[in-house]
Design a protein around this ligand. Sequence first.
Ligand SMILES: O=C(O)CCC(=O)C(=O)O
Ligand SMILES: [Fe+2]
Length: 221
Amino acid sequence: MIIFISDVLNQDALSRAREAAAGLSFEPGQTTAGWHARSVKANSQAMPSAGLRVLQQRIVKAIEAHPVVQMSALPRLMTPPLISRYGPGDAYGRHVDDAVMGTPPMRSDLSATLFLNDPDAYDGGELIIEGPGGEEAIKLAAGSLVLYPSTSLHQVAPVTKGERLVAVTWIQSLVADEAARAILFDLAQAKQQMFEQAGKSPAFDLLAKSYANLLRRWARP
Ligand SMILES: O=C(O)CCC(=O)C(=O)O
Ligand SMILES: [Fe+2]
């Protein structure tokens, strides 16, 4: 399942993030790709620095704090985001993300792209994700996040004009199985809607109990 979440960063947070990114030094992105993804990766990434760490912390906080991220991804661990820049001619060819990454190692269950500049700031640069129903080309407003299964083949189409600026991160979920996560997301939404429409009721209690007990079965904290 591909999930779109708008307003993960508001206008104020966005301009601060863009300002911080403008002050960072960038290097070729090949350094952080797995060996087979490296051959198709052509972009720039922010180099480690104190400024990068502050920006990464702000972005992680905003992503984690979002209620839809909590409900859909059930995050347990998240990598510090890469700040990636794609100028004209840059692209990231078809690849699958590493299954295990970082120190200490974590499993990538969900991949996430947070768009830091607007779609009209660049031509091309769609994130193309392959799913059972075919390809989906994604280009979201600044401040919006796309979450997708790390099991998918995906690519970033060449940028032909302007600059694409994104933060890219990976999430290890409390629930590794994508199908189980999808059921829990449906139930969490149903629980919320039922509560909003009719308050607490015996039916709500049963739904809440089922949700909690499924999560208890499936979660690996
Ligand atoms: O820039 C993006 O939206 C995704 C980049 C990507 O696929 C990666 O860094 O592995
Ligand atoms: Fe990727």
